[in-house]
Design a protein around this ligand. Structure first.
Ligand code: CUA
Length: 262
């Protein structure tokens, strides 16, 4: 059989293209290791996120020296936590789910962009080399507030990153002569122990207590103040732990109001 030279060229060209297509598609789906959303992943009950130990308290957690996990809830029309704070130069695995409708979790200016489907947990691991602030937006139409659904991701320089939570319980009012207490709870969500000091400033007084908080633990420091030393009136106080601060006012009265009518 005699095949015309031009026909041979076209035949070979077509073969090369077909093989090329197959190689490209195979490489794209297998070679790059891109995982598609499928139903092989664990599912989650969207109406019971409050009882799920990962999503009841959306947060960032340290799981290894340079490894963090971020549990994020996307719901009409917010992201929690907001902002999400992670350190630079560490591996962060995001777990994102939704209690209501389909949203997306898209970090502007990065290739982090995933659909968030109620009942499923979208998972992706990212490393941010540079510190900076990123916007988080929802790319799936999810209702009337869709266009306002946004959050923030703060990538904090590694050496400045901490996960200290400060909460203060303080008396509002005490009678002269009674003791006022200010209870300071410091939680260390990092793995490494935190050595720091809790400082209370009230009136002209500064009280300081050194604390060491093991990784994942909470320490409570209680300050007792003699109201007679402060005197009658309003006294502003400030509690400082590293870069965190809380403040309030303690009122010292001669007689508490409820005693007045007796
Ligand atoms: Cu959530 Cu659009």
């Amino acid at each position: 059989m005699n095949v015309h030279t031009y026909e041979k060229v076209w035949l070979i060209g077509a073969m090369v293209l077909i093989v090329g297509f197959i190689v490209t598609i195979t490489y794209g789906s297998v070679g790059l290791g891109i995982a598609m959303v499928d139903d092989s992943e664990e599912t989650i009950e969207p109406s019971e996120l409050d009882e799920d130990e990962r999503f009841a308290d959306p947060r960032v957690e340290q799981v290894g020296e340079n490894e963090y996990e971020a549990y994020v809830v996307a719901q009409t029309f917010i992201f929690q936590p907001d902002p999400i704070e992670v350190p630079s130069g560490s591996e962060v695995t995001f777990y994102v789910t939704s209690p209501d409708v389909i949203h997306s979790f898209s970090i502007v200016g990065t290739n982090v962009n995933t659909m968030v489907i109620p009942g499923e947990v979208a998972t992706m691991t990212v490393e941010f080399d540079e510190a900076g602030e990123y916007g988080v937006v929802c790319n799936e139409y999810c209702g009337s507030g869709h266009h306002t659904m946004e959050g923030e991701l703060h990538v904090v320089p590694d050496e400045e990153f901490d996960m200290t939570e400060l909460s203060v319980e303080a008396d509002d009012e005490v009678e002269t002569g009674d003791e006022a207490t200010i209870e300071v709870e410091v939680e260390n969500r990092m793995l490494e122990a935190l050595e720091t000091a809790v400082t209370l400033e009230i009136g002209d007084e500064t009280l300081e207590e050194d604390v060491t908080i093991d990784g994942g633990e909470t320490e409570t420091t209680t300050f007792t103040i003699d109201s007679a030393d402060l005197g009658e009136g309003d006294h502003d106080w400030t509690v400082t732990v590293d870069d965190y601060e809380d403040s309030g006012t303690l009122t010292v009265t001669d007689e508490l109001e409820e005693d007045d009518d007796e």
